[in-house]
Design a protein around this ligand. Structure first.
Ligand SMILES: *Cc1c(COP(=O)(O)O)cnc(C)c1O
Length: 361
């Protein structure tokens, strides 16, 4: 029997979404970004389903090691790189490709002479102002990297777009142009585009693209959903009804009594809460599927439960199936009701939520 709250992952949807990426960028190679436990879907599970990708990217070195220990032989970029010698040594040991984003990292690379050459990505800051080398430091850092015999030449070049999810924002054009100017004349492959770049900014495609959220079937644009891009949702979050009861006008529901019945109401209690990763910020009115029918969430989300108004679902009874997001209920819609973005919902799934593959169990 399945636990009260569980997620089902659709591996075929992951493969389909990778094909959609390829269709958008026929001339680019695809580095599948599977940081943060594969956006909450399970690092190894996602990597296994995406073996057709040309490379993987993770945020931290231990995520890369985890992939190697499970037999992933692809190129793996580590987007945050290293902050000390030991972390750099792990890149060597597990053949991981660190992102170089500050001159502070060079001392350890230069001290690594004599080792087998390491592939690295040099990250330029073109306006995100988070990680990356600016135009002033670029020349000297690039020269030092070129001289470094512990590094495979030529060095690959990348940058990250700050605002590509907003198709009217001129920052993206500026970033792409600046990246082109700064790297003109340099050898080496280039990478700019995240999902929003892939879907919205053709000029950003270059040699490698770095999709994350679109592989999981969600849109990077606030006013769209995965299906608008031909993507399929990968994660469906399920639960079931724990109790069904009748309330009378004036009864207040849940913590702080924020929702009060105005008429006789059939209330459903669902076994999912913020302890599973369902957002506490989800407002009354957030859609929930009970027996495949949409009903509104009412009252506050608690740790282990939510409450829904079953007035439009008169047959619903204890143990009936509930879907919180995924197939039939886009995660983007839930994100809007919770004043957040789909990324946070997917990443926030907690340990308690068991994960199954479609057709399993
Ligand atoms: C997370 C990340 C990506 C993927 O972004 P999506 O919006 O999920 O496609 C790409 N590049 C870098 C540097 C990232 O940190």
């Amino acid at each position: 029997m399945r636990p009260a709250a569980y997620a089902v992952l659709d591996q075929a949807a992951l493969k389909h979404n990778l094909k959609r990426v390829r269709a958008c960028v026929p001339r680019s190679k695809v580095m599948a970004v599977i940081k943060a436990n594969g956006y909450g879907h399970g690092l190894i599970r996602v990597a296994d389903a995406l073996r057709e990708a040309d490379a993987f990217a993770v945020a931290r070195v231990d995520e890369g090691i985890h992939l190697r220990e499970h037999g992933i032989e692809h190129r793996i970029a580590v987007l945050e790189g290293f902050t000390c010698r030991d972390e750099l040594l792990q890149h060597w040991r597990f053949d991981l490709e660190p992102v170089i984003h500050t001159p502070d990292q060079l001392q350890w690379l230069e001290a690594g002479e004599g080792r087998a050459p390491l592939s690295v990505w040099l990250k330029l800051d073109t306006g995100m102002h988070r990680l990356g080398v600016d135009g002033v430091d670029l020349l000297s850092i690039h020269e030092r990297l070129c001289r470094c015999r512990s590094i495979r030449q030529p060095v690959s070049l990348m940058t990250h777009l700050s605002s590509a999810g907003d198709l009217d924002n001129p920052a993206t054009e500026r970033q792409i142009r600046l990246f082109g100017q700064l790297t003109a004349g340099y050898e080496g492959e280039r990478s700019i585009a995240n999902s929003a770049g892939i879907l919205g900014w053709r000029q950003s495609h270059s040699d490698w693209v770095r999709p994350g959220i679109m592989l999981m079937g969600a849109s990077p644009f606030a006013d769209r959903q995965g299906e608008n891009h031909g993507l399929l949702p990968v994660m469906t979050l399920h639960s079931r009804l724990l109790a069904v009861k009748m309330l009378k006008p004036g009864d207040a529901v849940g913590y702080d009594g924020t929702w009060v019945c105005t008429k006789p109401t059939r209330l459903g209690v669902v076994a999912v809460g913020y302890g599973d990763g369902y957002p506490r910020s989800a407002k009354s009115g957030t859609p929930v599927l009970v027996n495949g029918r949409r009903v509104p969430l009412v009252g506050r989300v608690s740790m282990d439960m939510i409450t829904v108004d079953l007035s439009d679902c008169p047959d619903a009874q204890i143990d009936d199936p509930v879907v919180l997001w995924g197939r039939g209920l886009p995660v983007e819609e839930i994100a809007r009701w919770a004043s957040t973005i789909p990324y946070t919902l997917l990443c926030a799934i907690t340990q308690r939520v068991r994960v199954f593959d479609t057709g399993e169990g």
